[in-house]
Design a protein around this ligand. Structure first.
Ligand code: DOR
Ligand code: ZN
Ligand code: ZN
Length: 424
């Protein structure tokens, strides 16, 4: 038995209460008040009144392995996740080869088992090689262990293809997860169509390139009855469509990334590709819409879209560098510091959107501190302020726009199934 002594946890009313948490065989056995006697043979770890959350869940991570090990591996990506307080992550299939066969799924599961620090849930691709031409074999991929289907990195351009995918997924009781982007409206642009693009004479990515797919797909989801989940929502228009679809009972869920809640295109300091991701940073008005939607539940969960790239790739500049920023090690401190410590959100809102809400959205048996639940836990220091320093990251990626930000809410220890997988 391990006992986490003097832990502060959120109760169902969202208040902080002092408890001891007993863990055994990977399970939370008992949650007691501080007075109750601890078994004499227990391994007692006193966390001295620190906040303890259910381990965070990130349903949108690029682990890059197989094929892009120079950017990230399952070993480095999951260590980065553990350092960020995450205990479960879902990994995107835009690997090389694309995760479109049972062999590649098995390779990811084996590596995660042997070298991974946290739980890894693979997605399979919707189309072979993510080319949008031919559906993958959903039955085989489901049997191999994928938890959903997505062509993340690119949008599924063809409506017929998407509808067929949804019909198959519905039949198998699996979700379809969509990167919403209409290529015909993007045409090689690197930043949003807005203030920054105009100032630098760049082509822009318009908001409709995302929202058009959202609109198309909620109609297809209504028609097919599938669970349709929308990746990295970034625009006011998408949110309007999601809100309407939810109102009429379409089974649609959505996610948002910390950077789309914290940064707009007006914050981009210059032609620095550490500010380049897809979808791009949008207008301040879109940022406000994302925040409002996350608070009112129109957007269900927070994800990072952790997308590591090498420094050489990012050095190619705003127009040529690949899209993407890392996110696992800064997500909670960023959102805690900017929304909770400032009094804008209750702590429970942020924690729920990173734990119980993703668990419910994807039917995962974790994400809560309860007797009988897996002992996936994160101990967090809510008080000490430290600056974001990419040289200290465990991810191979250094691509972040948040360098130097002074933040609180840094994870101190992460437990997966009762095992300490990371400690500062
Ligand atoms: O910024 C992004 N990076 N957006 C995507 O859709 C893909 C991802 C990547 O794989 O790097
Ligand atoms: Zn994407
Ligand atoms: Zn992604």
């Amino acid at each position: 038995m391990i006992v986490l002594k003097n832990a502060k946890i959120l109760n169902t009313e969202g208040e902080l209460v002092d408890v001891n948490i007993w863990m055994e065989d990977g399970i939370i056995r008992k949650i007691t008040n501080l007075e109750e006697a601890v078994p004499t043979d227990a391994d007692v770890q006193d966390v001295e009144g620190k906040f303890v959350s259910a381990g965070f869940i990130d349903m949108h991570v690029h682990l890059r392995e197989p094929g892009f090990e120079h950017k990230e591996t399952i070993a480095t990506g999951t260590r980065s996740a553990a350092k960020g307080g995450f205990t479960t992550i879902a990994c995107m299939p835009n690997t090389r080869p694309v995760t479109d066969t049972p062999e590649t799924v098995q390779l990811i599961l084996d590596k995660a088992e042997q070298e991974g620090s946290v739980k890894v849930l693979p997605y399979g691709s919707i189309t072979k090689n993510e080319l949008g031409r031919e559906l993958t074999d959903f039955v085989t991929l489901k049997n191999a262990g994928v938890i959903g289907f997505t062509d993340d990195g690119v949008g599924v351009q063809n409506a017929r293809m998407m509808k067929d995918a949804m019909n198959w997924a519905k039949e198998l009781d699996m979700p379809v997860i969509a990167h919403c982007e209409d290529d015909s409206l993007v045409k090689g642009a690197a930043v949003t169509d807005g203030v920054f693009a105009r100032k630098h004479g760049l082509k822009g990515i318009p908001n409709e390139s995302e929202a058009i797919h959202v609109g198309r797909d909620v109609l297809l989801a209504e028609a097919t009855g599938v669970h349709y989940h929308i990746c990295h929502v970034s625009t006011e228009q998408s949110i309007r469509l999601i809100r309407q679809a939810k109102q009429i009972g379409v089974k649609v869920t959505a996610e948002v990334c910390p950077h789309h809640l914290l940064l707009s295109d007006e914050d981009i300091p210059g032609m620095d590709a550490n500010w380049k991701m897809n979808p791009p940073l949008r207008s301040p008005r879109d940022v406000e819409a994302c925040i409002e939607a996350l608070v009112d539940g129109t957007i269900d969960i927070i994800v990072t879209d952790h997308a590591p790239h090498t420094e050489e790739e990012k050095a190619k500049g705003m127009e040529l560098a690949p899209f993407g920023i890392v996110g696992l090690e800064t997500a909670f401190p960023l959102l805690y510091t900017k929304f909770v410590a400032t009094g804008k959100w209750p702590l429970s809102l942020l924690v729920n959107r990173m734990t119980s809400d993703p668990a419910r959205t994807f039917g995962l048996n974790t994400g809560r501190i309860e007797e009988g639940a897996p002992a996936d836990l994160t101990v967090i220091d809510l008080d000490t302020e430290r600056q974001v320093n990419p040289d200290e990251f465990l991810t191979k990626g250094r691509n972040t726009p948040f360098t130097g930000w002074s933040l609180k809410g840094w994870p101190m220890k992460t437990f997966v199934d009762g095992r300490l997988v990371w400690s500062n």
